[in-house]
Design a binder for this molecule. Sequence first.
Ligand code: ATP
Length: 249
Amino acid sequence: MALLELQGLTKRYGGIVAVDNVTMSVEPGEVRAVIGPNGAGKTSLFHLITGVVKPTMGEIVFDGQRVTAMPAFSRCQLGMSRTFQITALFPEMSARENTRLAAQARDKQRWRPLGGGAVFAEASRRGDAALERLGLSHVAERQAGLLSHGDQRLLEVAMALAQQPRLLLMDEPTQGLSVEETAQAVEVLGGLFAGGGLTVLLVEHDMEVVFRLASKMTVLHRGSVIADGDPATVKADPVVQDAYLGGYT
Ligand code: ATP
């Protein structure tokens, strides 16, 4: 069974159809990238999945449960964790405090039977484990706001991971990074995904990043899905070449 299923999802803003009858799914263990040119509807689709905006039509099913009308925080409790296009960490706190707080945010309801100390220790342990997976243990005590831009983006991923998500949602993970920082982020994320065990949906416009990281791709064009499949097949699809890639090989 798919972990996430979008069924005929549509979002209209007045006369604009930002997302047009999108049906797609994310299987457990997949790293799926949603790509498309500017204005294709990627961000709108991401907002629909995370619960930031409500669809005009269609359904969103997460692990067999209809979540279409569920608020964003409830989706997080069910196991969807997201990163943001713009960094959303606490700059005054250390990297370690950031991941611990992220872990605690999801624990709020799950660990109520445990005492305060046990909750703290468990959240710290998961926060530290997430830092390690992103290669950030050496900056754990540093103030988050003083980390390099690249490390701040990776810290954001660590914060999402500390919540032990069933589905990790990433909004343009390399947005705003330099060429060197992008290469480093792709290397770290590639290693993370290669380890298996994660199910990921990422929205990304950088084709190099997508082809390095994704095991499946969905291509959007003017709000509609024009291709869906493994990267090599999608890349060779003449419709995708015409609409988007423009000779990218
Ligand atoms: P980009 O890569 O430039 O971020 P995108 O693929 O993420 O583009 P969206 O931002 O989802 O595309 O936009 C899809 C369409 O919906 C665009 O025509 C956009 O102008 C429109 N749109 C998005 N959000 C709104 C809104 N809140 N109100 C009105 N129109 C919107």
